[in-house]
Design a binder for this molecule. Sequence first.
Ligand code: SDX
Length: 430
Amino acid sequence: MNEHKAQLDLGDEPVELDVLEPTLGLPGIDTRTLRSTAHHVTFDPGFGNTAAARSTITYVDGAKSILLYRGYRIEDLARDCTFLEVAYLLLYGRLPNEAELSAWTADITNHALLNEEMRSFFDAFPRRAHPMAVLSSATNAISTFYDVYRRPTRPSEIDAGARTLIAKLPTVAAWAYKKSIGEPYVYPDNQYSYVENFLRMMFATPLEEFRADPAVVKALNVLLILHADHEMNCSTSTVRGVGSSRANMFTSVAAGMGALWGPLHGGANQSVIEMLQTIHDDPSATIQSTVDRAKDPNDDFRLMGFGHRVYTNLDPRAKVIREFASDVFAAMNTTDPLLEIAQELEQAARADDYFIERNLYPNIDFYSGIIFRALGFPTRMFTVLFAIGRLPGWIAHWMEMNTDPETRIMRPRQIYVGEAERPLPRIEDR
Ligand code: SDX
């Protein structure tokens, strides 16, 4: 295969295909002409070997545990930036200067309020409703208050849609939580930062003044940054896929929330805690029995928070979370027996050939739930926190997809293995 061409030998005339060169990572064989020239399709369930687009947003090197947002290392961004700063970077491709960050922050702050008619929206849900169901429904509901988002085309409308979603999602999340515990809604207050406002709306009550612990604010900023984007993951691919039909940003993001909710994706952070709690509470569920179950081909149990489609080494986000976990517990003056269980489980799995041979390491979800718990969030809110973090990434990909001249409506092909054509029998002959 020379630098820019690949040859495919199917027995007849060899087929030449272009090779697309990357800035970083693997080159791509351009198969857009494969059906017309070789009369074949590719077969790649889950698209583990298929690039859906050329993107400039995020780069992941799974073998070297590298994650870059617009070329910046995730470790540096988590240490030195705020979540809104990183959201701006993902959306617009560069870090804001001080004036831009101040204007962006003020813009987001001033749009955190929901239309008052949205209050009745929450009344329609039972208290036991999972907050991810409320979040994805509310995301579509918000757009109905603003005609401009029905089919945004002008950059100013797209920017306004991005700002509205980023500003209002924490309010929706907090109100979904307050509804579930029967407490009054807390309105956003412009005097607080983005993360402080969210913590207030989640945990303040009319009974006393609420001030967020600076250590909690810092930790949640880091966690939201770590969740902000991850190239073509399942939920982002869903957002891009729905958006490829020219559906609006809000409904594309709402679809992505549905994909994120699955336990194999963002829902894993909730499943990890449930797995660790079972080990803690159930004497028959030990570290070793849990590892053995995960290895058993006849048991569909998976070691939640372990393994990854791209990482064949430790997820750099899990490394950041594991390293600052002890700081969070010290700052919160608390401990959690589940942290010790998680560390023992990681140690047992990483010593086992099954996990070593398959390059299965902890991913972002393995430790994130333990920190979310330490910050005071209930388990059912963990995937919602993932969604708030991932929102700028989803929007950045929707924007990139919408302006990419190579974008086509997502419509994969198949290999048909069903019945060949056959005559229709009369009902008396069936
Ligand atoms: C996220 O894509 C992203 O970027 C996602 C994400 C993001 O930021 O958007 O990083 C966030 O979703 C992280 C992943 C959270 N999910 C989990 O923790 C659930 C547990 N993990 C797995 O279900 C699995 O590892 C996936 C879903 C994450 C990846 O699945 P793949 O790439 O399809 O891998 P696979 O199922 O083909 O597994 C390969 C082998 C299989 O064994 P064999 O058939 O070769 O014998 O590894 C085994 C699997 O059985 N395996 C596991 C395992 N993960 C893979 N066995 C036990 N426990 C596990 N967790």
